[in-house]
Design a protein around this ligand. Structure first.
Ligand code: BUP
Length: 448
């Protein structure tokens, strides 16, 4: 049986934004190859551990192999970056795991944030390795070439990335420009370099969405010796994602609800929460708002009234839903009543909005999100409130927020464009599509 001949292992990184695309990719592979998922424990968030247990009970044919981490303390840094570092420090445990898998592995796919940790291990074992880049192709260009970019202080407001038009410096993740050492910067440098040693780079994007960077990556315009870059997205949502009843949404008119969420790892200040509350009310649109004041998981100990104010909760009763629990975002975006998405532009959120054809109001908070906001506004999937800066850089006033919400919700031209993007997204992964072709080629290589 050919299905038994190829066996692929996947090693996701920490955070829902990294785990989710790996799980979706794993599911898309099970009808072609045998799949093992290597998971690092303990996970950083409850969201990750709950999702994993749901995943393995939905897909018993996918084997779990656990990497038990030696944890360490570095309290001043982001918990997710500390986890990448913990995985690095436990990498000596990986070879025995990889060697014990049966049948022997044909390939290993790892996250870009673990490239410098995992690639040396696979090379020592002579095991083909692939990196799944879980952000945009635009961001991958910066990520891969950052170690080659020399900047001296006092330079212009533009930042030159090989193979791209010069970018405003304000789009570059601030830790990359800072003199101060950070795990973010060190890891990005190391991982960018290590990815040059991969057998292939896979990106959760599609040609019609990011044609230019994909072409210049493969034409040697970014770096002369890059592994082949293959776009294999957007990944289709899967059934392990917990289905929740959406009774309130079911009763709302088509395209009338704006959904606001800033991803699984962004904390919003109280002051900004208040202004956003006002913006939502002033816009007079219906809304679902996921409120989050903590980086990891949610505030369980604080009542919503305290966060957004009792007055707001009373006024919001007929207009919207405010939640501080994990919601099934993909299910919400797929609902016909949802007509707009206020998003931090985490790449999964962008690809999910493309998949479901929901226009975005982009409000990047940190990291790769301005690059992603640029991609989505350029592709016509939404607008980017560029003068709002990074999250936390300023407090954006409710009045301004409400105007932008209306701009997205009332824009018929945008809505028509987004329908087209949805069609292109689905065509890319359907038989005959560019991303589908990319996956089929990989499977052929792994089977030989
Ligand atoms: Br919050 C939240 N429900 O309540 P991104 C997120 N998600 O399903 P991030 C939910 O988590 P990084 C919730 O659909 C997406 O698949 C959402 O990934 C899902 O942003 C994922 O959008 C979040 O990439 O991760 O979490 O900031 O920083 O890695 O981009």
């Amino acid at each position: 049986d050919q299905n038994c001949t190829a066996h692929v292992a996947l090693i996701p990184s920490s955070g829902m934004g990294h785990l989710t695309p790996f799980l979706r990719l794993a599911v898309s592979l099970i009808s072609h190859v045998r799949v093992t998922l290597i998971t690092a424990h303990p996970t950083v968030s409850l969201a990750e551990s709950q999702t994993l247990s749901c995943f393995f009970s939905t897909y018993p044919q996918i084997t779990e192999s656990q990497l038990l981490l030696n944890t360490f303390d570095a309290p001043s840094e982001d918990p997710f970056y500390i986890q990448y570092e913990a995985i690095r420090r436990s990498s000596h445990l990986l070879s025995p795991i990889l060697c014990s898998l049966c049948p022997p592995l044909s390939a290993l796919i790892t996250d870009m944030s673990l490239a410098s940790t995992i690639i040396p291990v696979t090379q020592a074992l002579n095991l083909p390795n692939y990196v799944l880049f879980t952000s945009s192709a635009h961001m991958s260009t910066l990520f891969l070439s950052f170690h080659t970019i020399a900047r001296s202080s006092g330079e212009s407001d533009l930042f030159t990335v090989p193979g791209m038009q010069p970018l405003p410096i304000s789009w570059i993740p601030p830790p990359l420009l800072s003199e101060k050492d950070s795990l973010f910067r060190t890891q990005l440098l190391e991982n960018g370099k290590a990815m040059l040693q991969a057998d292939g780079i896979l990106i959760n994007t599609f040609e019609r969405f990011e044609q230019e960077p994909l072409a210049s990556l493969n034409a040697g315009e970014v770096l002369t010796r890059l592994p082949l870059v293959t776009s294999i997205g957007p990944f289709a949502p899967c059934s392990f994602e917990r289905i929740q009843p959406l009774t309130w949404l079911d009763g709302q008119p088509m395209n009338s609800v704006v959904f606001a969420s800033f991803g699984s790892r962004t904390a919003i200040s109280r002051e900004q929460i208040k202004e956003l509350a006002e913006g939502l009310l002033r816009s007079e649109c219906r809304f679902i708002w996921v409120v989050k004041e903590k980086k990891v998981d949610r505030e369980d100990d604080k009542v919503l009234d305290e966060l957004v104010g009792e007055e707001f909760m009373t006024k919001a009763i007929d207009k919207g839903l405010v939640v501080n629990q994990w919601v099934n975002q993909e299910q919400i975006l797929s609902h016909p009543a949802v007509g707009g998405f206020i998003s931090h532009c985490g790449w999964n959120s962008v690809t999910e909005a493309a998949w479901h054809g929901v226009p975005i109001l982009g409000w990047p908070q940190h990291g790769d999100q301005k690059m992603n906001a640029y991609v989505l506004s350029r592709a016509g999937l939404g607008i980017w409130a560029e003068n709002w800066g990074w999250g936390g850089e300023m407090v954006v006033k409710g009045m301004e927020i409400s105007e932008k919400i209306r701009e997205v919700m009332e824009n018929n031209q945008l809505r028509a464009q987004v329908v087209k993007i949805r069609e292109n997204a689905r065509a890319a992964v359907a038989e005959g599509g560019s991303s589908h072709g990319g996956v089929i080629e990989l499977i052929q290589i792994w089977k030989n």
